[in-house]
Design a protein around this ligand. Structure first.
Ligand SMILES: *[C@@H]1O[C@H](CO)[C@@H](O)[C@H](O)[C@H]1NC(C)=O
Ligand SMILES: *[C@@H]1O[C@H](CO)[C@@H](O)[C@H](O)[C@H]1NC(C)=O
Length: 620
């Protein structure tokens, strides 16, 4: 008996050390698989349960459990679960009376990161209304486009965005749109003030009957993504997707005692779904910030006992660029969730700010596949594991970068990329991993579908992202295909920028692309343009167009004047060579201009400016 026990113990130790040596990620894999399975079963339960249980019901349960617990810290004030619930009842009642909203009516929110964002959304959810989250940086043509593609008849805006609303007001009025401002009064015809109505409304709960037809496949939100071409697209986010995204906190190990710091915009999926909806799912406290501030970051974390932070690559780099301080390891942050960090920044971050578990994610708002970096492998966005792949089949296929299409074999099928080779990530479209598409844009939706991938007749979601799997099954993000580049954490759609440029009188055609700048993630905007006959490049008019229509991150900082634009055989503009040539005036013979925000115009690009950018005297 004793012998037997010793042998078993010996075997166990052997097995354990074998696993430690040859499968170093075994325990991480197991923990992650278990957690994912648990969450998967919850999602299956929510799909079946009647009446449907939404994130709103989850919020209401949290209100019952702990009405006095703080939901939001914001600029020195606190808002408890109970208060936010009551406030959302008032908003819902005011809107019900004023705008006659009913189940299924889409409403657009045009609000900065403030607590009212949260309760206005909750109030609308109580009425069964899907909510379109407009990016508060967009203006005029883009704003109208985003607004109209979700089919909303009502827009609710913050008083600080009144100018942007007034700019498009004539068109909104023509279309019979109701425009509300969260202010006490409005002196503009066609804009109604809502705050007084909200404060007078009753805070009694609303009947769930108001939303009795909502189910897991109903649209909960429209979130805008800059796609490969054209204006932003409204990704349809169903309740199923809201649940899946809100589980990410749990999958990353966030518990009911954590305190979550949101400094990313609430109009993106990261801030809204992973940050806010995820915090509600956990029933935790959120520290909300109007915008990210590197200098305030750790003070905030200390002040509010933050334990979980959210990041994008840029924000981690800004944190690493702050001057060193004595107390920089003095905080309680234990998990960081986000995406897009470079490996060097990553290591630097851990060295400076201590042992924080970084959970790098890969996912797209509208996509049907995502990864989480649940081990501690620097540089990887996740791991291939069979459970995940069984439930959400995906693969990498060989891709022709120059022609921007998958490589196909003689039978017309795609070819899987080898281990270690960069390929296009595609996720099989199934009932479990659906692709809902974009509101009011069938063409764009179809473009994201890829058929005959591994078998005749199969259907995949084309992520448009190039990834690589290594021999240890780690997943690495490589690049985005084609016409979108990222700058300051935002996707920039090149054709949207090109449309704006050609509104300048002097510009005939524009080819927009992103170029690398030493020491920055992503690419900064640059445009090659041709001029109309008899026209010179008009620096100030071009500047006016660009600043009037594009958010700062999307404005082309460099403009290169060319006699003609090079096209591919399929009339797509050639970019690869331009991207490689960058913006060094010593190497480029074409006239070159630089957007100078201080002089408020484009100025001729000089070697002096080039050096100042390299030495960071000029901040981009
Ligand atoms: C943070 O934690 C400390 C010690 O546990 C506590 O005294 C303090 O009140 C907390 N701060 C906040 C904002 O909750
Ligand atoms: C994955 O996580 C580990 C630690 O949690 C980190 O060191 C590594 O850099 C991460 N990968 C990426 C791409 O950030």
């Amino acid at each position: 008996m004793y012998m037997c026990f010793t042998v078993l113990a010996g075997l166990a130790i052997l097995l354990f050390s074998y696993i430690r040596t040859f499968c170093p990620y075994f325990s991480d894999d197991c923990a992650y698989i278990l957690r994912s399975l648990k969450l998967g079963f919850r999602l299956i339960k929510y799909k079946k349960i009647k009446p449907f249980y939404s994130i709103l019901d989850c919020f209401l349960d949290a209100v019952k459990r702990h009405p006095a617990k703080i939901l939001l810290h914001f600029e020195g004030r606190t808002y408890s679960y109970g208060e936010v619930d009551k406030q959302s009842n008032k908003v819902a009642r005011a809107l019900q009376a004023e705008a006659r909203l009913k189940e299924g009516d889409a409403v657009a929110l045009f609000l900065p990161n403030e607590p009212c964002f949260v309760w206005t959304w909750l109030g609308l959810a109580k009425l069964g209304c899907p909510v379109a989250l407009l990016n508060f940086n967009i203006r005029s043509k883009s704003l109208l486009h985003c607004f109209s593609c979700c089919g909303a008849k009502v827009i609710i805006a913050s008083p600080e965005l009144q100018d942007a609303v007034e700019e498009v007001l004539p068109t909104l009025r023509e279309q019979g749109i109701s425009v509300y401002l969260l202010s006490d009064s409005s002196s503009v015809r066609g804009i109604s003030a809502l705050s007084g109505k909200i404060s007078q409304a009753s805070d009694e709960p609303l009947s769930p009957d108001l939303r009795s037809n909502i189910n897991i496949k109903s649209t909960a939100l429209y979130i805008y993504t800059s796609g490969t071409t054209g204006l932003p697209k409204a990704a349809v986010v169903t309740h199923e997707r809201v649940w899946a995204a809100s589980f990410l906190q749990a999958a990353c190990g966030v518990t009911a005692e954590d305190i979550f710091y949101i400094n990313l915009p609430l109009y993106h999926s990261a801030g809204f779904l992973i940050g806010m909806a995820g915090s509600i799912e956990r029933g935790i406290t959120i520290v909300l910030r109007r915008k990210f501030s590197a200098s305030q970051f750790w003070d905030d974390c200390r002040k509010y006992n933050v334990t979980v932070m959210q990041y994008i690559g840029e924000t981690l780099r800004y944190l690493c660029n702050t001057p060193r301080k004595e107390n920089e390891k003095d905080h309680k942050v234990r998990i960081a969730i986000g995406n897009g960090v470079r490996s060097d920044v990553w290591s630097d971050f851990l060295n400076r700010f201590g042992d924080i578990k970084v959970r790098e994610l890969y996912a797209a708002t509208e996509g049907n596949i995502g990864f989480i970096n649940y081990t501690s492998k620097i540089g990887a966005v996740g791991r291939v594991n069979f459970v995940h792949r069984f439930f959400f089949p995906y693969t990498l296929i060989k891709f022709d970068i120059e022609r921007e299409e998958p490589i196909r074999n003689s039978e017309g099928l795609c070819i899987e990329a080898a281990t270690g080779e960069t390929g296009l990530l595609v996720g099989k479209i199934t009932r479990r991993s659906p692709f809902v598409g974009y509101a009011g844009n069938k063409q764009q939706t179809d473009r994201k579908r890829l058929c005959n991938v591994l078998k005749k007749g199969d259907l995949y979601f084309n992520t448009g992202d190039l990834l690589r799997f290594d021999h240890e099954k780690f997943v690495y993000f490589q690049d985005r295909v084609g016409d979108t580049f990222r700058w300051k954490g935002e996707n920039v759609a090149t054709s949207e920028v090109a449309d704006t440029l050609t509104m300048a009188r002097c510009i005939l055609e524009a080819n927009v692309y992103g170029v690398k700048v030493e020491g920055h993630e992503g690419r900064i905007g640059m445009a090659a343009v041709t001029l109309r006959e008899e026209e010179d490049f008009d620096c100030s008019d071009t500047y006016k167009q660009v600043v009037g229509y594009l958010p700062a991150y999307a404005r082309p900082r460099f403009v290169r004047i060319q006699p003609r634009l090079e096209m591919t055989g399929t009339f797509k503009m050639k970019k690869v060579k331009l991207v490689e040539e960058g913006f060094n005036p010593a190497l480029i013979e074409d006239p070159l201009y630089f957007l100078d925000p201080e002089k408020k115009t484009y100025v001729p690009m000089t070697e002096e400016i080039y050096r100042a950018i390299a030495s960071r005297e000029i901040k981009l």
